[in-house]
Design a protein around this ligand. Sequence first.
Ligand SMILES: *Cc1c(COP(=O)(O)O)cnc(C)c1O
Length: 494
Amino acid sequence: MTRSDDELTELAKSLGDRADLDPTDWSAFRRQSHAILDDMIDYIETIRGRPVWTKTPDDIRAGFNNATLPVHANDLSAVHAEFMTTILPYTIGNTHPRFMGWVHGGGNAVGMIGEMVAAAINANLGGRDHAPIEVEQQVVRWFAEAFGLPATTTGLLLTGSSIANFIAVHIARVASIGPDLRRKGISGHPLVGYAATTAHSCVPKAFDMAGMGSESLRLIPVNAAGRMDVGALARAIDHDLHTGHRPFLVVASAGTVDCGAIDDLPSIARLCREKDLWFHVDGAFGALGMLSPTLRPLLAGLERADSVAFDFHKWGQIPYDAGCILVRDGDAHKRAFATEAAYLRREERGLAGGALWPCDLGPDLSRGFRALKVWYTLKVLGTERLAAAIERTCDLARYLAKRVDLAPELERMTPTSLNIVCFRYRFSADIDHQNAELAADIQESGVAVVSTSKIGGQMVLRCAIVNHRSRVEDMDDVVDIALTLGRRREALSS
Ligand SMILES: *Cc1c(COP(=O)(O)O)cnc(C)c1O
């Protein structure tokens, strides 16, 4: 043996056997993991019998705040036991059939499995030649088709519609100014965009994050049905054109968070075509109504969008997070994000090949396999069942609206066009404050979760029926608890 062979042997010996992070006892790991999976299936199966929300107790909160970074190994079962007692009972509650706060999806058991499987293969969907990219592109293609968008459409799965709307703003401004914008920035370009006053708060925030300032988003008034006033939109565009601004984008809503209103998409599409503006639709929850034959007509015009932002994690019942951006002109999409960094130069063959690299379509390089939980859910449940669940939430909202209308103490505050019902208790004094307190009373009761919103400056209780598990009895329960706690609050204050 030469001297260097000896050295090599010594070095190998000193490196030891293993330092990997895999279980040392696979059969023990398997047993423990199966028990954890059973716990989570039990949890979903029995969700209806639990309180919707329980405030995190002070001692549990303190436990999180005081714990230090774990340095030494712990047993998986022990850590899971801690999860079961300190985390599981204190979640938001959106898996529960009487959760109607904000616009939250209920998730689904098949999606949970998809999430687990995705974690096992730990794919990175920034690019390269592997099947997971094909799965994501298949999901994108399925929904482009479902929305009536052409074959040129590209898209990406994202965290949610907030980032999807932001990405759309960037694509639209690069399309308007040209790729120079990416090198030279926006100064000297007085870009302005338009959305209704009822647009989601992430839309002005997108303008803010894009460096244009939220005031460069003009907020257009809505009519009595909560839809953008298209005449006012046309006047605003003309005014900006005459005063040296550069209109580039209209963001229409397909399902507003306050009352589920869908803007007049065909008229806005026509106006955008006429004025050469990018037509973006924020369809965060509403766009998936396209899966339902009864709701599809309400969304007419969506197929004319230049881009659509929507979420699988709301009406689509996919576990968080799963949003999506679709862009009609795939080249415009790439022009806004593709870079030619040398270390990523695409190869003709081998793993570094691949036709489409999702990192060319958005800000992320490393990207998880969100598409897999969508794919499992769609293939196992089918869009028919999903669409039926979506339609059911609208039917339940109509029932809830009727129950509200029949209760003399309650007053309905919006028309109910999709799945959202806003109402308030007719307190004899201090009505805004008392309704806000009533929402908290209901949340703290554990019976239901409703949220609040301001409609025409007035505080309302908002019930968004998004969860596929909700039933008629849950609508009755939410009205009953609002009446019981409302009467109690009224009696105490008078
Ligand atoms: C939820 C929602 C958003 C924001 O989407 P996230 O997925 O929460 O980021 C934007 N617009 C509308 C209409 C929404 O309902």
